[in-house]
Write a protein that binds this ligand. Structure first.
Ligand SMILES: Cc1cc2nc3c(=O)[nH]c(=O)nc-3n(C[C@H](O)[C@H](O)[C@H](O)COP(=O)(O)OP(=O)(O)OC[C@H]3O[C@@H](n4cnc5c(N)ncnc54)[C@H](O)[C@@H]3O)c2cc1C
Length: 447
């Protein structure tokens, strides 16, 4: 098939957001009785799931301290639940297990979940929390846990299976997905804010609307669109922070313990919820007993047949390289610079053993292949979902985004003329008005 010279809708990035946007756009056009064939094109410089969507742990949760994130997540969980089998989604639930320093934050999350009808149970107090966890895992032994938020919805999905299922879905709807095409820039008439064409290494494609879902490459598209590299940010107290970098990178630390995933079955022999522990209990090495940290630490893990073991991660670390110099390519495990190393493995496996006796002595089973990847974060570490030029919408999820399968749907609806209130708290204007999201006590930049 010839390379297209025109498409009404050009979507850049064959990740979760590009696919989700294309899915909804195509469905809506069909619902309206309009033609889809030839009108929607997805472009990707590499292939399906070549970016963060191909390496994501796949966890889907509602657990966010920020009220607007919670509502948005509830919407996305509805999308996951609309076709669990087709989307390779496992609705096993999710547990946020925390020490005292996080109890107040998690209490407020629970209360907000009740207010929006999102099903969860909240256990408080050290003995009650231990009893609750032992009810699932007889070998539970993490000390100093004083609350457990058990979300009955959410769980995880198998990233590449989901992505190929989405590719199949959009293909059947008449969307054209072209891989191996690199977007190099955008063409506008002088003085106009609108983009007329997307410039690629295979030629220009004229278009009406563009959606960018570029994951870690958000920085590069921002620069291609001549958007400001630094911005001023009004703080909630009215002070203005001048010239703050628009983007920064964090390295996401993940890995796999190559054991039979069934090792994680509950006392009843069934799949457990995704486990997420944040605590300030001293963490000791499972190898030699030495102290790893007395600071707040966090891990998450789940049995995963797709990864072939128990898979999970820990808090990320900030990439200190100046933002314009960070090499995003080659991405993920292929990166010579940004992969999870032995220090992560030691901490994560020790933390598993801290929580459950069954993981004692499993260090030799750690899969030593490179894993993880970098994420591109906004100044407040929350997403930007906005029209950054007149006809260019950007889904820059600040690395929150595998679970956010519904955002592409919302953006597609907005492009077709229905403004979406759920996206409003994530507009660029918040940095100017000071309507920033509240900050929690979690050790992660994204909770
Ligand atoms: C290790 C790790 C674990 C994670 N775990 C989770 C999790 O458990 N749960 C969760 O909710 N989120 C998780 N995330 C975050 C999540 O993976 C991302 O937020 C999300 O996948 C981003 O999706 P995307 O569609 O925006 O971008 P991506 O999936 O990165 O897709 C962007 C695409 O753009 C293409 N592209 C880039 N530049 C160009 C160009 N110039 N021209 C054409 N194409 C281009 C790339 O090839 C790529 O395929 C994790 C992230 C990492 C790194």
């Amino acid at each position: 098939m010839a390379f297209p010279q025109h498409a009404d809708y050009v979507i850049i990035g064959a990740g979760i957001h590009g696919m989700s946007s294309a899915w909804r756009l195509a469905e809506k056009l069909k619902e309206k009785g309009e033609e889809v064939e030839g009108r929607i094109v997805i472009l990707d410089k590499t292939g399906i799931a070549a970016g963060a969507s191909g390496v994501a742990c796949g966890v889907v949760r509602n657990n966010y301290f920020q009220p607007s994130m919670r509502k948005l997540m509830a919407h996305s969980v509805n999308v996951w639940e609309s076709d669990p089998e087709g989307l390779s989604y496992h609705p096993v639930g999710y547990m946020q297990i925390s020490s005292e320093s996080m109890r107040a934050d998690v209490t407020s999350i629970y209360e907000q979940q009740q207010a929006i009808g999102y099903e969860s149970t909240f256990i408080e107090g050290e003995q009650a929390s231990t009893d609750y966890m032992k009810g699932y895992f007889a070998d539970w032994r993490a000390q100093g846990i004083t609350s457990v938020l058990h979300e009955k919805r959410g769980g995880y999905s198998n990233q590449t299976k989901t992505m190929y299922a989405l590719a199949d879905k959009v293909d059947k709807l008449g969307v054209r997905l072209i891989t191996g095409v690199e977007v190099k820039g955008f063409v506008s008439d002088s003085g106009s804010c609108a983009v007329n064409a997307v410039e690629t290494d295979k030629g220009n494609i004229s278009c009406e609307q563009i959606i960018i879902g570029a994951g870690p490459w958000a920085r590069d598209f921002w620069n291609m669109l001549d958007l400001p590299k630094q911005i001023d940010i009004t703080q909630p107290n009215g002070d203005v922070a001048k010239g703050v970098d628009m983007w920064r990178f964090w390295q996401l630390e993940e890995g796999v313990l190559q054991v039979d995933p069934a090792i994680m079955h509950t006392n009843d022999g069934v799949m457990p919820p995704v486990i997420h522990v944040d605590t300030d209990a001293p963490l000791h090495s499972t190898v030699d007993g030495s102290l790893i940290t007395e600071e707040m630490w966090g891990i998450y893990y789940k049995p995963d047949w797709h990864f072939g073991g128990v898979q999970g991660g820990a808090s990320p670390y900030k990439v200190e390289t100046p933002v314009d110099k960070v090499a995003i390519d080659p991405y993920g495990p292929s990166s010579p610079e940004f992969v999870s190393g032995p220090e992560f493995a030691h901490m994560w496996v020790s933390a598993l053993a801290h929580c459950q006796e069954r993981f004692a002595d499993t260090m030799p089973k750690y899969h030593k292949e490179p894993s993880g990847g970098i994420g591109c974060f906004t100044p407040d570490s929350f997403p930007v979902f906005d029209h950054v030029r007149e006809n260019v919408a950007m889904i820059a999820d600040s690395n929150h985004g595998w679970k956010m399968i519904g955002v592409g749907h919302l953006m597609a609806d907005e492009i077709l003329g229905e403004k979406q209130d759920l996206l409003d708290p994530f507009r660029m204007s918040r940095f100017e008005t000071g309507d920033l999201h509240p900050v929690s006590n979690s050790p992660y930049p994204w909770s």
